[in-house]
Design a protein around this ligand. Structure first.
Ligand code: DHB
Length: 328
């Protein structure tokens, strides 16, 4: 096997070569035609954006996190991309759950899973949305416990007791597979507590991680932050958060014994990043920043690059790679 500069297998893509590699995956009994899909928040708010995801090679259509009432979100500028990643404080702009409930049947016609992301502003909001969205029959419902951008509303999943109480109330209302999107944790003690909450919560999959909350990016030529809301504080995404995302995927994979499938989100820019998420235990990966920067054509590039990485290692299947990170 050819090895690259750092001794890792070199993934070469010859011009015109087709990498035959099965990148489909299954989560909670739901088949995804590709392991790559959009992260909630990236090009998935409007009907047009969701239809474009349907027509693209995205392995699923993930909706923008919805709230009970439609929202315009925070004042602009509220997203900023830079070479290392991105910062956003969108403030949950979305069409409101009734609109997404109506859209779901249309989105299902693309023959790929539809994941409806719900984000209440209070506990009862989650219950209200869960009842109606469940009736619209998305393939999966993702309970977002980790929005960092609403002034005065802390991320629910940073309080284990709040998170557990909410999951206990919402779970009985959802009859499709239910996932939970968590924020990053930075201490093994927090991983352990939350893994227990998830273990008791009848959670069908985990999505790790939401943006790294409340970073600050400054434009030094103007002595001011690059985004307006919350004094410039916002969620970080993109390449710079990959190590945090990988650590969270790995920690939860180990603590849960690989029994709860994980969607790895954070820092996936190239096929190799996705390979690393899978090594840590991810079944699928989502892309946010790079999707916003590149558009829906990114899925084809990522598939090609991941196939090349897998082919350079054997070929090795996704399943044979999952969780197989070696430890020193
Ligand atoms: C927003 C950001 C998030 O990270 C999230 O999980 C939900 C919403 C937002 O600002 O719109």
């Amino acid at each position: 096997m050819a090895t690259g500069r750092q001794g890792r297998p070199k993934a070469t893509i010859l011009p015109g070569e087709r990498m035959r590699m099965d990148l489909s995956i299954t989560i909670a009994g739901v088949k995804f035609p590709s392991c790559f899909m959009n992260a909630s928040g990236a090009l998935c708010m409007t009907r047009e954006e969701l239809l474009a995801l349907g027509r693209s090679r995205s392995g699923a259509i993930v909706t923008k996190s919805m709230t009970v009432e439609p929202r315009d979100g925070n004042p602009e500028p509220r997203y900023y991309g830079f070479p290392g990643g991105s910062i956003n404080s969108m403030g949950l702009p979305n069409l409101g759950y009734r609109a997404y409930a109506e859209l779901i049947p249309e989105l299902k016609q693309f023959g790929k899973p539809v994941i409806a992301s719900i984000a209440g502003l209070c506990e009862d909001d989650f219950l209200t949305m869960a009842r109606v969205i469940n009736q619209a029959r998305p393939d999966l419902i993702e309970v977002n416990l980790s929005c960092p951008n609403i002034p005065g509303k802390p991320q629910i999943a940073y309080d284990a007791a709040d998170a557990e109480r909410l999951l206990k109330r919402v779970r009985p209302l959802i009859t499709v597979p239910m996932g939970v999107k968590l924020p990053p944790y930075f201490d093994p003690a927090h991983h352990a507590v939350m893994a227990e909450v998830i273990g008791r919560g009848h959670v069908d999959y985990l999505n790790l991680i939401n943006s790294v909350g409340n970073g600050l990016v400054i434009d030094p030529t103007r002595d001011r932050p690059v985004i307006k809301p919350k004094g410039g504080f916002g969620g970080l995404g993109g390449a710079l958060i990959k190590p945090v995302a990988l650590a969270n995927v790995r920690a939860f994979w180990k603590l849960l014994g690989g029994r709860v499938p994980i969607i790895g989100t954070g820092g996936v820019v190239q096929g190799l990043d996705a390979y690393e998420h899978v090594l840590c235990g991810a079944s699928a990966v989502q892309v946010g920043t790079v999707l916003v920067e590149e558009g829906v054509g990114v899925f084809e590039r990522l598939e090609r690059e991941l196939a090349a990485e897998l082919n350079a290692r054997g070929p090795r299947s996704l399943e044979a790679t999952r969780g197989k990170l070696q430890e020193l």
